[in-house]
Design a protein around this ligand. Sequence first.
Ligand SMILES: Cc1ncc(COP(=O)(O)O)c(C=O)c1O
Length: 397
Amino acid sequence: MSSLSELMLNVGESKTMALSALIKELKAEGKDVLSFTAGEPDFNTPEFIKKAAIKAIHNNFTRYTANEGDPELLKAIIEKFAKDNDLRFEPKNILVSSGAKHSIYNVLMALCNPGDEVIFQSPYWVSYPEMVKLAGAKPVVIETHAEEKFKITPEQLEKAITPKTKVFLFNTPSNPTGAVYSKDEILALAEILKRNDVFIISDEIYEKIVFDKEKHFAIGSVEALREKTITINGVSKAYAMTGWRIGYAAGNEKIIRLARNLQSHSTSNACSISQAAAVAALTQHSEEVTGMVIAFQKRRDFIVDELNRIDGIHCPLPKGAFYVFFDVSKFFGKTTDHTKITDSTSFCDYLLKEERVGLVPGIAFGNDKCVRMSYACSYEEIIDGINRIKSGLKKLG
Ligand SMILES: Cc1ncc(COP(=O)(O)O)c(C=O)c1O
């Protein structure tokens, strides 16, 4: 066989997707597995959104739409940005894609040349390093820790910027840590970015899931950064619409044009029916949506409290998204008859095999001391899961 793509051989599979697939397999075999690996709300898509999709089917809104998205959805997105984020766009500034993941990939491809550097922080969302490599660029990771609430400082950012830096890839609220940058913290980072010739991709997919009166602030609304920032958002997390696959990118027309061109030769428009559903999600106010955030906050309080009662675990309080990310390194070096815990992977493997409880190893996010646990699940599952974790940890000597 002749050789395969060097580029693709250098890109690993999504660790979180692989783990979710393994857990589904175990469940299909009838095993009693409790999974806390999901990166999606456990709620159903609200009825009014489903109705809009059904109506679209009946109206035969089932053909190709414009590559960049149907004009009605572009209008809804423009209004959303004006209302929520003080961002002013025209249709030429927007590209609708098949999920925010697709949006980020399209924009990285539009911006990067070989040898360019893309800065982002760890713990990071699993796909950032691989997407950067796919775009031919080099990931540059700034490490953050629980003590600094998993946020980078302006000094760290300034130090990481070199003449090769092309993009600062920013994510607030963050997956996996749940960190939310305040407006002041963002303005401090903006001071550094203003002075440097760097683009910003701002991934705001968890914008709506923030707690404790925390407010999301869009970095693209800082006057000096408007032309340099591409803002990414979508409907997956805020409206429990992960399977519908609608994300969008908005910003500088020249960058968006290149991203549109790429999309026109790869996937074309996002699903027409999902686009109609997304219009409903973005334009109709719904108690269901605010209800989800309230439910997430209550579960967060519960799970953080429960985890912190376990000897050896300290779980910081996340301010957004629906994950807890906590240090388990106190258990490294511990053993049972058949296992030794040495890192986040062996920790998660042990709990999956021994107690049938699924957590994501922190190494998938660039931090090998921690694990991620999603609380997009019921209280019963959280209680059962915590008991299983406790039981597994007790067996370690
Ligand atoms: C930080 C972050 N960005 C982007 C995405 C992509 O979301 P989607 O492609 O479902 O819109 C995810 C999904 O898990 C995420 O966690």
